[in-house]
Design a protein around this ligand. Sequence first.
Ligand code: T3D
Length: 263
Amino acid sequence: MSYQNILFSSDAGIARITLNRPDRLNSFTDAMHAELRDALAKVKGDASVRVLLLTGAGRGFCAGQDLSEREVPPGAEPVDIGATIERNYKPLVITLRSLPFPVVCSVNGVAAGAGANVALACDIVVAAKSAFFIQAFCKIGLLPDAGGTFFLPRLVGTARARGLALLGDRLSGEQAAEWGLIWKCVEDTELSATVEALLEQLASAPTRALAATKEALDAAAGNTLKAQLDVERDLQQMLGRSADFQEGVAAFRAKRPPKFTGR
Ligand code: T3D
């Protein structure tokens, strides 16, 4: 499949997806979703990928659903957005969340509506100081989707989640970091270098251990302590047999840096 709405590359363990409709602030269209599904299937099936970057082209990260696809002539049936969520947003969020390696999101500008919540589905979110997050849904008569009602209260607590979702105010990148909505906020001029350093670090990390860590953290949301201790035991048992664990122990004993292969 050739891509018109995203940029995609993969090299040295690092896959990169850039939402690429800058004149529309990279808002999601059906066509962009189809391309994202294709690219994500490629990275999921590529054992050499050890980290994925998601970012946006131009001055924005993503302004959510392209609302020009939701306009209907007077008297016509409205678009069935339950169906578009099922086809587009649900698989996108579930795939990002379940990839067996970390997903870094570089929020280079505004992240609005589903654009904000797709960013929050990623494992490590870094925002530029000029970026901001808006739960824009309440401004157009919708509720936060793309996982917003799941992620927001878990990340910032119910009081702030309700304020963000019910008021739809802008939250600056700095405030988002202060509130724990994202990993960190950096000066615009430092965004690229910060993200590249993270990608390098994660591409040479023990990938299976990071995948298991993601899985355990996600499972914790719905588990009792006892059930979660069982999850940790089972995943740790699997990791105890991995080549990277052997290498980690050998490197520690030999007082040298480990060379993880992701196996
Ligand atoms: O439908 C389903 O399947 C359900 C799923 C829904 C998920 C959702 O995401 S619903 C929420 C949709 N998004 C929004 O409501 C946000 C709409 N955009 C804005 O509020 C503002 O554009 C921003 C606050 C994000 C940025 O403002 P600003 O002043 O920096 O830029 P701008 O001038 O408004 O936007 C620049 C251009 O992008 C502009 O086009 P123009 O006038 O230059 O021709 C604007 O119309 C366009 N644009 C921005 N957002 C969207 C968009 N075009 C289509 N859809 C958009 N979402």
